[in-house]
Design a binder for this molecule. Structure first.
Ligand SMILES: C[S@@+](CC[C@H](N)C(=O)[O-])C[C@H]1O[C@@H](n2cnc3c(N)ncnc32)[C@H](O)[C@@H]1O
Length: 370
């Protein structure tokens, strides 16, 4: 089965850069408190935006959003220019995810003016108040975040506050919700993380009790994913058995979405390609290396191929969907990322609409950005 046909594409998730100013302990770009050395630091060139976002494709898109696995979109040198370009090409709805502590209020004001369509938004990832945000968002600057988000909102931008819950911030959720209301955010989104289940946990069946930072340990607190992980392992005998057996209902395919990473590689979703720079040894990275050994690096590169050529590649046109009926060690493996994120009995992602996201509308304008 074809993963997606061109005329089914409705949404594109773009990782405009691998750069970021933070060192969040559970982020793939962080290793032992520092940037993972193997990660190339680069932005997507305009050439790739121009190649992918034809007027014909943009006319059919509902949404383009800038987020990613490794970078903060606001660190991309060309972000404002590329947003203007997408607008001119006819993209109706654009969103940006950011930790909010890069750039100046003037820059955020510009972004607020550019994101003026009724459903545009910025999701500010702020996982704490002044006393706690930097504990997970290592190197974040509270004053800058406050100045930047207010500049964006005053310029007419619609903002959502995304809050990841940990032990150190769970008592502050209501205070933060109240602050977000006062600042003019239109939504407040409480997110539960699944990242206390590490690659080691996948092998041992035991979730991590903490994530290490230079300042101390980050603990999960009341985290439903930790319990869900343990109950899946108990029911299926092991995490590997779960991944091999679970039925895949692909989230991105359901929406008609694709993912473009910072190197210009096109993936079915942000999870399938995420492991490119995971620190080895790692099950997901090993599986990706197996795909590269079979297909060659660049099999999904927009620097080398057109969108139609990538979609016609054997993986996109049949072998990926066939792998969902296979095992993790098959020639075209069922990816751990597929089983974990789009399997039947475990919720990994904090995407809106999943059980890991609990959203509240704060104003009458809020329904415009769901
Ligand atoms: C790698 S970030 C990139 C975008 C941007 N830097 C940000 O933080 O919003 C992508 C998404 O991962 C989320 N994220 C970061 N750490 C997480 C964690 N430990 N568990 C779940 N989601 C996490 C962020 O909140 C964001 O929505």
């Amino acid at each position: 089965m074809q993963y997606l046909y061109r005329n089914q594409i409705r949404e594109i998730h773009v990782e405009p850069t691998s750069r970021c100013n933070l060192a969040c302990p559970q982020c793939a770009r962080t290793f032992k408190g520092k940037g993972q050395a193997e990660l190339p630091l680069q932005d997507i060139d305009h050439e790739i935006y121009a190649k992918l976002f034809s007027r014909e494709l943009c006319a059919r898109l509902d949404h383009v959003y800038f987020c990613g696995n490794y970078g903060d979109p606001v660190a991309a040198i060309n972000l404002l220019d590329e947003i203007s370009f997408l607008r001119a090409q006819g993209v109706p709805r654009i969103s940006v995810f950011s930790n909010g502590s890069l750039r100046t209020p003037e820059w955020w004001q510009e972004l607020g003016k550019l994101l003026s369509a009724p459903e545009d938004k910025v999701a500010f990832s702020i996982d704490g108040l002044e006393s706690t945000n930097h504990l997970y968002r290592v190197n974040a600057n509270w004053e800058k975040i406050m100045a930047n988000c207010q500049a964006f909102i005053r310029a007419g931008g619609r903002a959502r506050w995304d809050w990841l819950v940990f032990a150190h911030n769970e008592a502050q959720v209501e205070e933060a919700r109240e602050l977000s209301r006062r600042l003019g955010f239109v939504q407040f989104n409480v997110k539960s993380t699944a990242r206390f289940a590490s690659d080691q946990s996948y092998k041992s069946g035991k979730p991590e009790s903490a994530a290490k930072t230079r300042a101390g340990d980050i603990e999960p607190g009341e985290n439903k994913n930790v319990k869900q992980f343990s109950s899946v392992v108990a029911r299926f005998g092991s995490w590997t058995n779960y991944i091999n057996q679970t039925r895949i209902k692909c989230k991105y395919q359901g929406i008609g979405a694709l993912y473009l990473d910072f190197e210009g590689d096109l993936w079915p979703c942000c999870w399938t390609g995420a492991a490119k720079y995971f620190i080895s040894p790692n099950t997901q990275r090993d599986q990706l290396e197996k795909l590269y050994a079979r297909y060659g690096r660049g099999f999904n590169s927009l620097y080398k191929l057109s969108l139609d050529e990538v979609l016609a590649h054997p993986w996109f046109s049949g072998e990926l969907a066939a792998s969902w009926q296979a095992n993790m060690d098959a020639a075209v493996p069922k990816l751990l990322a597929c089983g974990r994120t789009c399997g039947a009995d475990y919720e990994f992602t904090g995407m809106i609409g999943t059980s890991n996201s609990s959203i509240e509308d704060l104003t009458s304008e809020a329904n415009l950005i769901r």
